[in-house]
Design a protein around this ligand. Structure first.
Ligand SMILES: Nc1ncnc2c1ncn2[C@@H]1O[C@H](COP(=O)(O)OP(=O)(O)O)[C@@H](O)[C@H]1O
Ligand SMILES: [Mg+2]
Length: 245
């Protein structure tokens, strides 16, 4: 049985069908990419999964439980963690305190939360900025902090919404290496929304493509880059030619 099995997820905003019966599955320990043009409905789909939005229809089964319409804090406790397209940090809190917020999903004790936060900060390489404030730090570091906060909830599934956006090629490479290391060490499943194909395709075992709220394709990264509907809706002929094998 898949770790995550979303079926028929549908979300309307007034007359706009932002998610039109989307099916998606993530196996235990698998890294899955979710790509598609701006406005395709990728973030909306994340919001439906993470409990930040209530879907109009569909079923979300996670780790053997029906979590459809659960509020965000319950979904987090069930083991789904996410980052946001625009980093959400508490400016008045230090990096360590921001990560402790994640840890409080699992522990009540402040010192225990601090210990957990420091463990995760070490894993992502941020221990030396633990006492700084997010606003003083570059975007790439803020994104690593958000990743650390998500990891501190001890998820089974980590969902990342455009972590590579706004980063330099070197920073993107660093982030990919970090995700690989985390995947190796923790065996975490990941669902990764991304526009930077050089980042998401080598990382993903399987890729889903959304366009206009609907799933238009799914397959291996190779199948996706050669898929006519994906080339037309998203990648473009130029991309396909440059990456032809
Ligand atoms: N809270 C909202 N209220 C109204 N429309 C929204 C809301 N969130 C997203 N949309 C619309 O839904 C569509 C899908 O958006 P989104 O899920 O953010 O796409 P993506 O993440 O793929 O770029 C877009 O047309 C967007 O304008
Ligand atoms: Mg988005």
């Amino acid at each position: 049985m898949a770790l995550l099995n979303a079926q028929g997820v549908t979300k309307r905003f007034g007359g706009l069908l932002a998610n039109d019966s989307v099916d998606l599955a993530v196996e235990e320990g698998q890294i899955v990419g979710l790509i598609g043009p701006n406005g395709a409905g990728k973030t909306t789909f994340f919001n439906c999964l993470s409990g930040h939005l209530v879907p109009d229809a569909g079923t979300i089964i996670f780790n053997g439980r029906d979590i459809t319409r659960w509020p965000a804090h319950r979904v987090a406790q069930a083991g789904i963690a996410r980052t946001f397209q625009l980093v959400k940090s508490m400016g008045g809190l230090t990096v360590e305190e921001n990560v402790m917020i994640g840890a409080f999903a699992r522990v009540d004790d402040r010192e225990e939360a601090r210990r957990k936060a420091r463990q995760v900060l070490e894993l992502v390489g941020l221990l030396d900025v633990a006492d700084m404030y997010p606003g003083e730090l570059p975007l790439a570091v803020q994104k690593q902090m958000e990743l650390a906060r998500a990891l501190a909830t001890e998820p089974k599934l980590l969902m990342l919404d455009e972590v590579a956006a706004g980063l330099s090629p070197e920073e993107i490479e660093g982030f990919a290496g970090l995700l690989r290391k985390i995947h190796r060490e923790k065996g975490l499943a990941m669902l990764v929304i991304e526009h930077v194909m050089e980042f998401v395709l080598p990382l993903s075992e399987r890729v889903y493509v959304l366009a206009g709220g609907r799933k238009i394709a799914e397959g291996t990264p190779d199948e996706i880059t050669n898929h006519p509907a994906v080339i037309e809706a998203y990648l473009g002929e130029g991309y396909a030619r440059a990456h032809k094998r």
